[in-house]
Design a protein around this ligand. Structure first.
Ligand SMILES: CC(=O)SCCNC(=O)CCNC(=O)[C@H](O)C(C)(C)COP(=O)(O)OP(=O)(O)OC[C@H]1O[C@@H](n2cnc3c(N)ncnc32)[C@H](O)[C@@H]1OP(=O)(O)O
Ligand SMILES: O=C([O-])CC(=O)C(=O)O
Length: 434
């Protein structure tokens, strides 16, 4: 397997770099932590390293050093498509190297061969009450696969630490291979007649999700999914889902346990669920006016929401200080394929008006849109209108990033994470108020 060989070959060099930092610079002070940072969600505190991706506040995400537009233009493309193969992206995340067409296809083929989901996973989903949120079902399905973990078994049998990553890699490929089918099953079980189209072996990982939910002849939607599943894959190591899954896997919990944990974080409305919240917000605006509002009406609506204490979903970011390039990539898609769509018009109108209103009170650090401000409008246009499903799509993609971080964490022998917490009194004593 090419990816495995490449990782294997790279490990000694990475280990050497880390050992050197540890040995020669272990007392070097990277930064200070202020009380404000401690009290505001450890914001900006540089606490970990991961070389899979990095978010520059003014440029956005770079996946293994490549910007979103570079990733979209440089990765090998799917058949009859201008969009990348997700298999190529996984190769890039795992090895740091842009794959050839053949290398990207290799990952796609591995996924195809390992995609079968055991019947009992479907039984687990079907045993849940129909009102269960799709993200809960998604997380449960991942957990249901946990008994298949090769790492968990190997650990019990006493596998060497230096080999952990190999089992994480196998588990990750097994999990990611099954994920489009699991998402399609949840969609069809929850909203349709329960019948999932059997996967088409001629399609790539991203398009096959589209095909399994009945969009086998909708080329445009398949293109959208190819775009979507690449651009949501990773956002460095410290966002809620990535950090959660990293933390859990640092205890040597296997990839199923740690990925499900990450998905539970993604399911929060300030993180991935903003996907759902944002489209609900846009639909509410539309319902409220029964048409596209005038600029004045929309400004009034936004101000009312803010003074009632609501957040405007899809706006703001913990790290980014510019418009999210993932938002821009989807804007370009929408401009090409659905320029007249009323919801897209509304997305553009909010983008034109909301940032200056949000910026007025000077509190918000970045009043511009993040990726969630447009995600839903595209799904909605192509007829996937069950808005509480949208975060599952985010999850399908994000599992590529989470698993890549975890494989490399094991490859580099990263330790269990255990920072330190204080009491309020201790802080008060340190600043001298008691
Ligand atoms: C894929 C992703 O996860 S991207 C993020 C998706 N989430 C959303 O879109 C939800 C809406 N946005 C937010 O809630 C926030 O901007 C977050 C969670 C993304 C970032 O949070 P922070 O780093 O704390 O943002 P920031 O430092 O700018 O917040 C400062 C103040 O502005 C407010 N603010 C930030 N974003 C918004 C917003 N979209 N609407 C209204 N107020 C906002 C905060 O609530 C905070 O107010 P407070 O001091 O009264 O509590
Ligand atoms: O980076 C963050 O905190 C949130 C985000 O945009 C993502 O995880 O995609």
């Amino acid at each position: 397997m090419i990816i495995k060989e490449k990782i294997q070959e790279q490990i000694p060099r990475w280990m050497e770099r880390i050992q050197r930092l540890k040995k020669e610079y272990s007392n070097f002070v990277v930064g200070e932590v202020t009380i404000e940072q401690i009290l505001s969600g450890i914001r900006g505190v540089q606490i970990s390293i991961s070389d899979i991706s990095y978010v520059d506040p003014y440029e956005g995400i770079r996946l293994r050093g490549y910007t979103i537009s570079q990733v979209l233009s440089l990765l090998p493309k799917a058949k009859n498509s201008r969009m990348p193969l997700a298999g190529g992206l996984y190769h890039l995340l795992l090895t740091g190297e842009l794959p050839s067409q053949k290398e990207a296809e290799e990952v796609e083929e591995i996924w195809r061969c390992r995609s079968e989901v055991p019947q009992y996973v479907w039984d687990v989903i079907c045993s849940m009450p129909p009102e269960t949120h799709p993200m809960t079902l998604f997380s449960q399905a991942i957990m249901a696969l946990q008994p298949q973990s090769l790492f968990a078994r190997a650990y019990l049998e006493g596998v060497q630490k230096s080999q952990y990553w190999e089992y994480y890699l196998e588990d990750s490929l097994n999990l990611t291979a099954k994920i489009p089918q699991i998402a399609a099953f949840i969609y069809c079980w929850k909203y349709k007649d329960g019948k999932v189209e059997p996967p088409d072996p001629n399609l790539d990982w991203s398009a096959s999700f589209a095909q399994m939910i009945g969009k086998g002849s909708d080329w445009e939607y398949q293109e959208l999914m190819r775009l979507y599943l690449v651009i949501h894959s990773d956002h460095e190591g410290a966002n809620v889902s990535a950090h959660t899954s990293h933390l859990v896997s640092s205890a040597l919990s296997d990839i199923y346990l740690s990925s499900a944990a990450g998905m539970n974080g993604l399911a929060g409305p300030l993180h991935g669920l903003a996907n759902q919240e944002c489209i609900r917000w846009l639909l509410n605006v539309y319902d409220h006016f029964q048409r596209l509002p005038s600029d004045e009406e929309l400004e009034g609506y936004i101000r009312n929401q803010l003074s009632a204490g609501y957040v405007i979903p899809g706006y703001g970011h913990a790290v980014l200080r510019v418009t999210d390039p993932r938002f821009t990539a989807q804007m370009e898609f929408a401009e090409q394929f659905l320029p007249q769509d009323p919801l897209f018009q509304l997305v553009k109108q909010v983008y034109r008006l909301a940032p200056s209103i949000l910026g007025e009170n000077g509190k918000i650090k970045n009043p511009r849109p993040n990726v969630d401000a447009i995600n839903g409008c595209l799904q909605y246009y192509y007829g996937v209108r069950e808005v509480d499903f949208y975060t599952v799509l985010f999850g399908v993609s994000r599992l590529l990033g989470l698993t890549a971080h975890a494989i490399w964490a094991r490859a580099l022998g990263k330790p269990i994470e255990r920072p330190k917490s204080l009491t309020t009194q201790m802080l008060e004593e340190r600043v001298g108020i008691i």
